[in-house]
Design a protein around this ligand. Structure first.
Ligand SMILES: Nc1ncnc2c1ncn2[C@@H]1O[C@H](COP(=O)(O)OP(=O)(O)OP(=O)(O)O)[C@@H](O)[C@H]1O
Ligand SMILES: [Mg+2]
Length: 154
């Protein structure tokens, strides 16, 4: 597990940039944290690190925003408003298995609403610090029997 102290929004974005520059195709990053904790800011950084120039805004009605033009594609989801049944219907496996679309980075806000998980993923939890700013906790998780957890890229 790696912990980062993010003193301001720029620090959250910079952590995302480093992830965007280094994560391999097929990485799923599950983002958790209270309202306003900085999940979208982090994904905006990931986009910048991938070389995406389109503005990254939280997916609301679209459910999934796809940004194909960077080093590898970015798929951005926000499950906040969704019921578990609606999430199940999204067929998210096709994003992290790369069956119907090229493998990229799948970044999911409010990932605690997922009814199923990929075999391996990065879990990033953002919490408020009492002195202001945020703390990020990054863990690499693998549930597959044969698959080793990926090494933390940072
Ligand atoms: N480390 C930080 N310190 C202080 N403010 C931050 C930090 N990171 C992000 N912010 C600010 O917090 C606010 C909310 O950020 P953001 O929209 O990314 O949160 P979110 O977790 O996506 O929110 P939501 O739960 O609504 O999806 C923004 O104004 C952002 O600039
Ligand atoms: Mg958000």
């Amino acid at each position: 597990m790696t912990k980062f102290r993010l003193t301001d929004a720029q620090a959250t974005r910079s952590l995302g940039v480093r992830l965007g520059e280094s994560l391999p195709p097929g990485t799923v990053i599950l983002l958790e944290g209270d309202l306003g904790a900085g999940k979208t800011t982090l994904v905006q950084g990931i986009g910048a690190g991938l070389g995406i120039t389109d503005a990254i805004v939280s997916p609301t009605f679209t459910l999934i925003n796809e940004y194909p033009e960077g080093r590898i594609p970015l798929y951005h989801l926000d499950l906040y408003r969704l019921e578990p049944e609606a999430v199940a219907a999204l067929d998210l496996e096709s994003y992290w298995e790369g069956v119907e679309m090229p493998l990229g980075i799948v970044a999911i806000e409010w990932a605690d609403r997922l009814p199923y998980l990929p075999e391996s993923y990065l879990h990033l939890n953002l919490t408020y610090l009492s002195e202001g700013g945020r703390q990020a906790q990054l863990i690499s998780v693998s549930t597959g029997k044969s698959e080793a957890a990926m090494e933390l890229p940072l």
